[in-house]
Design a protein around this ligand. Structure first.
Ligand code: AGP
Length: 633
C-alpha cells in the first residue's frame, strides 16, 4: 500500500523524507519519490524539485546521489500501483502543469476519469496514467480562479478540489507560492500529523514518525491540517478551524507497523471493509447512493461484445484464488446463466483441455506471479483464448501477459494467508456476473439493482462481523486443540467451507477438510469422532433442513458443532431455534442474499483460523513451509 511522508522544519527535508519512507517499506511498494521546496530564509526564490523512480528506495537514493534537492519543506511517497503500471512517470509526487503545486496521495479517486475530461477541456495535458495527477491540476485550477486571493488561497483551493473528489484519499500538498506550509488531508485513508519542536511531520503510519516524535494527531475523515514549522492548524472540510487534542503514542516500532494489531494477518482481516469498498465503488457509475440508477462498469473490457460472444467461462487459479473461482462459478451460473468450468491451475496446465474461441477465460491471482496460474494463462493464450486476469498486483507478470486486467483494490497483503485479497476477488467476480447477467438479458432491472444494493451493504456488514471477534477468539480458545476440523456446506457455503479449511490448516496446522454436506454420508463420516469439530455453513435457508440433518449425523458421533447462519429475519426465529438444538456455538451474519454470503461468512473463519493459530503458539503471518508468492512448480 502506498506510504506518505511529509516534513516542514529546520532540517534538510530530503534525508528526513527518505528515512521516514524507509520505515514505511513494510507496507509494500513499487516506486518512490520526493518533492522538496527550496527557498531563501525569507521564503523568496521558492522552487519545487521532484525526484522519483520506479523500484525500491535504494533506486531513488541512487538517483539522489549528488543530485538531492535542498530545502526544508517536502513530501515523499512510496507507491503501490493502482492506476497505471509502476514507472518513473506514474510515481508520486505529481505536479500541476507549471510544477508549482506538488501532491502525494494514498487511496483511489473513483471519479478521476470524469475530472480528467473536465481538466482536459480546460487545456490541461496529463503526463501520467494515475488518478492522483488530477488532484494537482484541480488544486491549481481553483487556485488560478480564486476570487478571494487574500483568504488563504492554497487552503481554499485544496478544499474546493477535495469537494470534487469521490473515493478515498490521504494527501500531502505543497506549493511554490506558499513555502512556509504543508497541507494534509484525510478521507478514508489513514494519515497522521507528528508534532515536533519547530518542525512538524505527516505520515501514513506511525513507524515513520517514531524517530522524531510520539505526539500526534490521528486525522479523522474530512479533516485538513495545515502544518507550519511552529504550529499546526486544523480545519474541517468547510474550512472552519477545529480544535484537536494530540495523542501520545507508546507503541514500539514493530507494533506500530501493524497499526497496533498483533499480526499483519489480523490487520489485513480488519482492512476488509475498506478494501471491499475500494474494489466496489470505482466500478459503480450513476451515483453510488441509490442502487436504482447505478450501473456497473468495466472500462477495461468491451463487455457487451464479450457477452454477445461468450458461450462458456473457464476459471483457473490456485489455493485461495481458486476458491474465489469456485464462488465465481456459482455466481456466473446464478446471475448470468452461463456454463462455467473451474479448475486448479496446476491440474489445468497438464490436462488436454478443450478450447473454444468463444470461451471467456478468467485467471485469478493475488500476487500475479504464481507459476502454475501463469502456465495456465500461457496455455490458454497459445490456443488463441482471450484471457482476463483478476489480480491485486499492478505490473505483475500475469497482469502483463493477460489480454485484460481487472484489478482488485486490496492493497498489498503481507501475511502469507490470503484474506482481503480473497474477498476483493469475490467482489470483482460478483460485479462481473451481475453485469454479464444484465447484458445477456437474464437479469431484469429489478434483480440487477437488488444485486448492486446487496453488494453495497457488504462493507458495512463486514465491519459488523469484525465486532464479534471476541466471541470467535473465545470459541477458538476452546477448540484449537481439536485433532480434526471439518467444514460442511452446500453451493456457495461449500465454496466457503473449502476456503475455511485451507485457512485453518495453513496457519494453525490443524488437520481440516471441507466436504459438500451431502457427501458426508458417502465416506467422510467414518472419520467423525469426539475429537472432531464440525463447522457447518447454513446460510441458504432453502437448504436449511437438508444441512441440519447432516449436522445431526455428526452430533450422534460425539463431534462439537459450530453453525454459521443468517441472523433471524424480523421476528421469525424458527431457523435459529432449530440450529440451537444441534450446535454448541452459533455465529450469525447480517441478512444477505445467499450468493453474497461468502463475503461475510469467510471473515468469521479467517478470524477463527487466526485465533487458533495464535492459541497454538504459531506465527500466523509466517506459517511453516509456505511462501507468499509461489513462483515455482
Ligand atoms: C492462501 O492463503 C495461500 N497463501 C495460497 O493458497 C494462495 O492463495 C495461492 O498460492 C495463490 O496465490 P496467488 O493468488 O498469488 O496466485
Amino acid at each position: 500500500m502506498c506510504g506518505i511522508a511529509g516534513y516542514t522544519g529546520y532540517q534538510e527535508a530530503t534525508s528526513i523524507l527518505l528515512a521516514a519512507l524507509k520505515k514505511l517499506e513494510y507496507r509494500g511498494y513499487d516506486s518512490a519519490g520526493i518533492a522538496v521546496l527550496s527557498a531563501a530564509p525569507d521564503f523568496s526564490g521558492a522552487n519545487i524539485e521532484v525526484r522519483k523512480t520506479k523500484g525500491p528506495l535504494s533506486a531513488l537514493e541512487a538517483a539522489l546521489e549528488n543530485n538531492a534537492p535542498a530545502g526544508k519543506l517536502g513530501i515523499g511517497h512510496t507507491r503501490w500501483a493502482t492506476h497505471g503500471e509502476p514507472s518513473d512517470i506514474n510515481s508520486h509526487p505529481h505536479t500541476d502543469v507549471s510544477g508549482s503545486i506538488a501532491v502525494v496521495h494514498n487511496g483511489i479517486i473513483e471519479n478521476y476519469a470524469h475530472l480528467k475530461s473536465f481538466l482536459r477541456e480546460r487545456g490541461v495535458v496529463f503526463r501520467s496514467e494515475t488518478d492522483t495527477e488530477v488532484i494537482a491540476h484541480l488544486i491549481d485550477h481553483y487556485y488560478q480562479n480564486d476570487k478571494h486571493p487574500r483568504s488563504d488561497p492554497l487552503l481554499r483551493a485544496t478544499l474546493q478540489a477535495i469537494s470534487k473528489l469521490e473515493g478515498s484519499y490521504a494527501l500531502g500538498v505543497i506549493a511554490r507560492d506558499f513555502p512556509d506550509r504543508l497541507i494534509a488531508v484525510r478521507k478514508d485513508s489513514p494519515l497522521i500529523v507528528g508534532l515536533g519542536k519547530n518542525e512538524n511531520f505527516i505520515a501514513s503510519d506511525a513507524p515513520a514518525l517514531l524517530a522524531y516524535t510520539r505526539d500526534v494527531y490521528f486525522l479523522r475523515d474530512n479533516e485538513i491540517a495545515v502544518l507550519y514549522n511552529d504550529h499546526v492548524d486544523m480545519y474541517n472540510n468547510s474550512g472552519e478551524k477545529i480544535l484537536r487534542e494530540s495523542q501520545h503514542i507508546d507503541w514500539d516500532v514493530e507494533s506500530a507497523e501493524k497499526a497496533g494489531f498483533a499480526h499483519f494477518m489480523l490487520k489485513e482481516i480488519h482492512e476488509q471493509p475498506k478494501a471491499l469498498r475500494d474494489t466496489l465503488n470505482p466500478r459503480l457509475g450513476g451515483g453510488i447512493n441509490t442502487a436504482a440508477n447505478v450501473q456497473i462498469h468495466f472500462d477495461e473490457l468491451d463487455l457487451p461484445a464479450l457477452s454477445a460472444q461468450a458461450k462458456r467461462i473457464v476459471i483457473t487459479a490456485c489455493g485461495t484464488a481458486y476458491h474465489a473461482g469456485v464462488v465465481g462459478k456459482y455466481a456466473f451460473e446464478h446471475f448470468a446463466r452461463l456454463p462455467v468450468e473451474t479448475d486448479i491451475a496446476s491440474e489445468y496446465r497438464y490436462r488436454d483441455p478443450l478450447f473454444d474461441k468463444n470461451d471467456l477465460f478468467i485467471i485469478i491471482s493475488q500476487s500475479g506471479e504464481t507459476a502454475d496460474t501463469l502456465a495456465a494463462l500461457r496455455l490458454a493464450k497459445e490456443h488463441g483464448a482471450k484471457v482476463i486476469a483478476i489480480t491485486n498486483a499492478v505490473g505483475s507478470t500475469i497482469s502483463r501477459e493477460a489480454d485484460t486486467v481487472l484489478y482488485t483494490r486490496a492493497g498489498p497483503e503481507i501475511a502469507v494467508a490470503s484474506t482481503k485479497a480473497f474477498t476483493t476477488q469475490l467482489m470483482c467476480l460478483y460485479l462481473l456476473a451481475l453485469e454479464l447477467g444484465r447484458l445477456r438479458g437474464v437479469l431484469g432491472p429489478e434483480r440487477y439493482a437488488e444485486g448492486i444494493a446487496g453488494l453495497q451493504k457488504i462493507p458495512e456488514n463486514a465491519a459488523k462481523i469484525l465486532e464479534h471477534k471476541e466471541a470467535v477468539q473465545r470459541y477458538a480458545a476452546r477448540q484449537f486443540n481439536k485433532k480434526k476440523v471439518f467444514f460442511l456446506g452446500r453451493l456457495f457455503d461449500y465454496a466457503v467451507s473449502m476456503e475455511s479449511a485451507l485457512k485453518l490448516k495453513e496457519i494453525s496446522y490443524t488437520h481440516s477438510e471441507s466436504f459438500a454436506a451431502g457427501e458426508l454420508k458417502h465416506g467422510p463420516i467414518a472419520l467423525v469422532d469426539k475429537d472432531t469439530l464440525v463447522v457447518t455453513f447454513a446460510t441458504q435457508e432453502t437448504l436449511f433442513s437438508k444441512i441440519t440433518s447432516n449436522v445431526r449425523e455428526v452430533l450422534s458421533r460425539g463431534a462439537a458443532s459450530l453453525i454459521v447462519m443468517q441472523e433471524p429475519d424480523g421476528g421469525s426465529t424458527t431457523f435459529l431455534e432449530a440450529a440451537k438444538t444441534i450446535a454448541d456455538e452459533i455465529w450469525t451474519i447480517p441478512r444477505t442474499a445467499a450468493p453474497f454470503t461468502p463475503l461475510l461468512t469467510v471473515i468469521y473463519m479467517q478470524l477463527f483460523a487466526y485465533y487458533c493459530s495464535v492459541s497454538r503458539g504459531n506465527d500466523p503471518d509466517k506459517p511453516r513451509n509456505l511462501a507468499k508468492s509461489v513462483t515455482v512448480e
